[in-house]
Design a protein around this ligand. Structure first.
Ligand code: FAD
Ligand code: 2HG
Ligand code: ZN
Length: 497
């Protein structure tokens, strides 16, 4: 049994010394989060090259009693890929090969460390579309996308990461490799195991490969931005567009004026797409595998009618690919632009699509009552009922004092979502950041079943201890995934932005 101290050397024997990192200057990219909210203190970073090496690393860590933190691009926002002292970060970046494309089956076999943007490109090169698309696509990995069941801007038409996986390969806690790399669209032979691992945030196994669903490449696209007075109008527009495009609406994002205006104010290259400023903006994209102007004409007619009916105040449709990219970029930039507004407290809630306007009204009122002067900075995937109802600090408040209210403000917003039958985490998961909310809002039967699943698949609590599942109350601190001797949020510090 290797002692913890000798584990790096043991791992080096298995996967090669250059693939086991221990020096802080080499591990930094893996231990520091993009947003600086959490920092890892790991024993080593292991970079295996294939499933067999992952299996050997897992078995070696299990023998040494060291927890394993599976890691992809380290872009997750909930601290799921953050390690504690004595743990090993198992990063899949060397496993970055597209293993095959079956054009007729509309599927692609990839290693889990493939960067999302590379997968999109590989599909494009074969005249196919892999529709998962999100701001971090240049660095997140498909294994991380599946482990978090990522969403993004095309969920409205194509679904979450879960809906885009046909099969998986997973290394289990006992070192076995589960080969569920099916390319079938129909297979009713027992429990759907892949769906246990998708969205499990690295707590049940290490995803090492996947078979993904592809779609015909889009031959015609229509991207537009509309200025609106209220979210109710956006809901009306969403319904009209779905009908007008025969449900070829791929993206429907709502952004508060504060967010769009912040981008226009602070990013030098950004140009105002509409003549006047508006309270709200809807960014939409319709796409079809059929070439020709028909789709654009439908979108245009729908927007013209909505303008006539006073549903929207103004709109612009992209004339070419460059303009389309600029409009889509505006939506991406609202995330980064929020830092120009000072400290920000983030949310990732969902409610039924029909309740989004009501949610926004109620949340705005609740935030104003809880902290006068706080400024909601809402944007998100309205077509999926998923809003990032973020809050920017009151201009006259210290950022530090504002950020100290993170949990309290979360509770205010999550309560509103909960009252409307919503979720406190629509796409970013739980990690270590939302364990308290998990305990509060998740029903006890679900939690009990999760713990049973965790114990069945990972009885030694090897994978991602202390993530996703809150410590069991009344269990003397013992839980299916309690981190040894650590409180659930140890290592967390308030976000700098
Ligand atoms: P990591 O951050 O490395 O890990 C995330 C979790 O998955 C951890 O719990 C980790 O242990 C686990 N994990 C990683 N790889 C594996 C594996 N191979 N096997 C098992 N477990 C694994 N998310 C959205 O859903 N929608 C968005 O629109 C979106 N936009 C974003 C925009 C920006 C600018 C940023 C920074 C983040 C955004 N995210 C979004 C969050 C993040 O990009 C996603 O959650 C992404 O799917 C994480 O992938 P990753 O490879 O970076 O995973
Ligand atoms: C998005 O929709 C992402 O742009 C990021 O989910 C949200 O960081 C955020 O708050
Ligand atoms: Zn999002």
């Amino acid at each position: 049994m290797p002692a913890a101290e000798s584990l790096p050397a043991e791992l080096a024997r298995i996967i090669g010394a250059k693939n086991v990192l221990t020096a802080p200057e080499k591990t930094r990219a893996y231990t520091e989060e993009l947003r600086g909210r959490h920092r890892s203190e790991c024993l080593a970073v292991a970079l295996p090259a294939n499933a067999e090496e992952v299996s050997a690393v897992v078995s070696c860590c299990a023998r040494a009693g060291a927890g394993i933190v599976p890691q992809g691009g380290n872009t997750g926002t909930m601290g799921g890929a953050v390690a504690r002292r004595g743990q090993v970060i198992l990063n899949l970046r060397r496993m970055n090969r597209v293993l095959g494309v079956d054009e007729a089956n509309h599927s692609m076999h990839v290693q889990a460390g493939c960067v999302l943007a590379d997968i999109q490109e590989a599909a494009r090169a074969r005249g196919r579309l892999f529709p998962l698309s999100l701001g971090a696509q240049g660095s997140c990995q498909i294994g991380g996308n599946l482990a978090t069941n990522a969403g993004g801007v095309n969920v409205l038409h194509y679904g979450n990461a879960r809906d885009l996986a046909l099969g998986l390969e997973v290394v289990l806690a006992d070192g076995r490799v589960w080969s569920g790399l099916s390319a079938l669209r129909k297979d009713n032979t027992g429990y759907d195991l892949k769906n246990l691992f998708i969205g499990s945030e690295g707590t049940l196994g290490v995803i090492t490969a996947a078979v993904l669903k592809l779609f015909p490449a889009l031959q015609s696209e229509s991207v537009a931005l509309a200025g609106l007075r209220a979210p109710e109008a956006a809901l009306e527009l969403l319904g009209r567009l779905r009908a007008a495009t025969a449900d070829r609406l791929v993206t429907f994002e709502l952004m508060g004026g504060i967010a769009v205006h912040s981008v226009l104010r602070h990013f030098s290259g950004a140009r105002a797409p509409l003549a006047a400023q508006h309270e709200w903006y809807a960014l939409l994209k319709a796409g079809s595998a059929a070439p020709g102007p028909a789709l654009r004409e439908r979108v245009e007619a729908c927007l013209a009618r909505a303008l006539q009916d006073d549903v929207l105040q103004d709109a612009v449709i992209a004339e070419n690919e460059t303009q389309a990219r600029e409009l889509l970029r505006l939506r991406e930039q609202v995330v980064e632009a929020q830092r120009f507004e000072g400290g920000s407290i983030k949310h990732d809630v969902s409610v039924p699509v029909s309740s989004v306007p009501e949610f926004l009204r109620r949340a705005e009122r609740a935030v104003a009552a809880a902290m006068p002067g706080a400024r909601p900075y809402p944007y998100g995937h309205m077509g999926d009922g998923n809003m990032h109802f973020n809050i920017s600090q009151p201009p006259d408040m210290e950022a530090k004092a504002f950020l100290s209210q993170w949990d309290a403000m979360n509770r205010v917003v999550h309560e509103v979502a909960h009252q409307l039958g919503g979720s406190f985490s629509a796409e970013h998961g739980i990690g270590i950041s939302k364990l308290g909310e998990m305990r509060r809002y998740k029903d006890p039967v679900s939690l009990a079943l999760y713990r049973q699943i965790k114990r069945a698949l990972d009885p030694g609590n090897l994978f991602n201890p202390g993530k996703l599942l809150p410590v069991e109350e009344g269990g003397g601190g013992r839980a299916a995934n309690a981190p040894p001797g650590a409180s659930a949020t140890r290592g967390a510090k308030p976000a700098s932005r």
